[in-house]
Write a protein that binds this ligand. Structure first.
Ligand code: MN
Length: 211
């Protein structure tokens, strides 16, 4: 098996986010859940046209497909991308939303507190498994939520931050209390430097969905 996709390294030590997210949670989440998505993705692309594509291209090419195999491929490719993005959305370092990001937050939400409130609300109200996102869309910051493996990136939307609200992200530390997990993560370990760097990027090109 050629296994073109690799499990990207974590950007910090596995115990670095404790006690907000324990090393135990990171250990299962990264080495079991994330690794399984990578392994399954590699099996699914083997010998197909997708084997030579970039991860983002696979997600965008298979999003919304009615084909059962492509749906499975989307789910695994999306989850690999989403998890890699999630790890980088978190940091034990103290970061602040400054400069252009700060102006964009003020313009869209009035304040960072309101942004965090709305992101928490999106995470709380995502029914079942999914993700809450801070995105930049049509020149303005916005909050989105997606179910399962779905991601705003699939539609070419520029993602700035994400929070995983699948139960596996918080159950070992917070059991059923998703709001407590969200409150701790959003208040203490969001990586605003990552968000600022993403804001500088152009949005991901949508790959020929309409062709
Ligand atoms: Mn997860």
């Amino acid at each position: 098996m050629s296994a073109p996709f690799k499990l990207a390294p974590l950007p910090w030590d596995e115990d670095a986010l404790a006690p907000i997210i324990s090393a135990n949670t990171i250990n299962f989440h990264y080495h079991k859940h994330h690794q399984t998505y990578v392994d399954t993705l590699n099996k699914l692309v083997e010998g197909t046209k997708f084997a030579d594509m970039k991860l983002e291209e696979i997600v965008q090419a298979t999003a919304g497909s009615a084909d059962a195999k492509e749906k499975t491929l989307f789910n695994n490719a999306g989850q690999v991308w989403n998890h890699d993005f999630y790890w980088r959305s978190l940091t034990p370092a103290k970061t602040e939303a400054g400069g252009k990001l700060d102006s964009a937050i003020t313009a869209a939400f009035g304040s960072k507190d309101v942004l965090i409130q709305q992101l928490a609300e999106a995470g709380k109200t995502q029914f079942g498994s999914g993700w809450a996102w801070l995105v930049s869309k049509d020149g303005k910051l916005a909050i989105e939520k997606t179910p399962n493996a779905e991601t705003p990136m699939a539609k070419g939307v520029n993602c700035l931050l994400t929070v995983d609200v699948w139960e596996h992200a918080y159950y070992l530390d917070y059991q059923n209390a998703r709001p407590k997990y969200l409150e701790a993560v959003l208040g203490k370990i969001l990586n605003w430097d990552f968000a600022a760097a993403n804001l500088e990027k152009e949005s991901q090109p949508v790959r020929a969905a309409a062709e």
